[in-house]
Design a protein around this ligand. Structure first.
Ligand code: NI
Length: 226
């Protein structure tokens, strides 16, 4: 499932992040690429121990925890600290599938990359190119969103970032280890949850709400691994 999360960050928060990112020390993205990725990756990134990355990353994690759409779609167990990248001057990241696991930096804790999220921190008119292209069973999707919006997609997808031929594209990305590994099962739970929320709005106190919400939790209990 691919899902847009509108305004994960407010315009004020985007401005603060951008100011910090523009002043930060960037490194060549190839320093953390595996042997396959190194052939296709040409961007800049913040070192994972960068204080700027940590402080903005924590703000993003706070916002995620308060975002009902993200919580319902990703069903997070663990989220890796957000990473930050910058593409300019033809910078690109060719087709790849992300590693299945990453350690939380400085710890032995492994995070399975069930759900990928890209948060856009530049507006579409600030750069040319730079679309996130995701290829999956749902076809070929081209994504370029307003600053502050995020896109959530399955970690199993082949994806790339088109070359940025004008301007600069700032973004953040991170992986979520979900309570439910299967994208198909997460989709069923998400659809059911959205309908329960909608019924709650339209008919508060409806007698079907308790059993429907019970069914949601029974499916989650059956499918979740924690
Ligand atoms: Ni990737």
């Amino acid at each position: 499932m691919m899902l847009r999360i509108p305004a994960l960050l407010s315009p004020d928060e985007v401005r603060l992040c951008r100011k910090a990112l523009e002043e930060a020390q960037w490194q060549d993205g190839r320093t953390t690429a595996g042997s396959l990725a190194i052939q296709v990756k040409a961007n800049l990134q913040l070192p994972v121990d960068s204080p700027v990355a940590q402080s903005i990353g924590n703000r993003i994690l706070d916002r995620l925890g308060q975002n009902p759409l993200f919580m319902s779609a990703a069903l997070p167990l663990k989220v890796l600290p957000p990473r930050f990248n910058r593409y300019e001057g033809g910078g690109t990241y060719g087709n790849h599938i992300d590693n299945a696991f990453f350690n939380i930096p400085g710890t032995p804790i492994k995070v399975r990359t069930d759900v990928s999220t890209t948060l856009f921190l530049s507006d579409p008119d600030e750069y040319e190119g730079g679309e996130l292209i995701v290829e999956d069973t749902f076809g070929h999707q081209s994504v370029k969103l307003p600053a502050g919006d995020a896109i959530v997609y399955p970690g199993t997808s082949l994806h790339r970032v088109n070359p940025v031929t004008r301007g600069t594209r700032y973004g953040s990305f991170f992986w979520t280890h979900s309570l439910v590994a299967s994208d198909e099962k997460r989709r069923v739970l998400f659809d059911l949850d959205q309908q329960i929320q909608s019924l709650t709005q339209r008919h508060p106190g409806d007698a079907s709400l308790a059993p429907l919400s019970g069914t949601y939790h029974n499916l989650l209990r059956m499918w979740a691994q924690a």
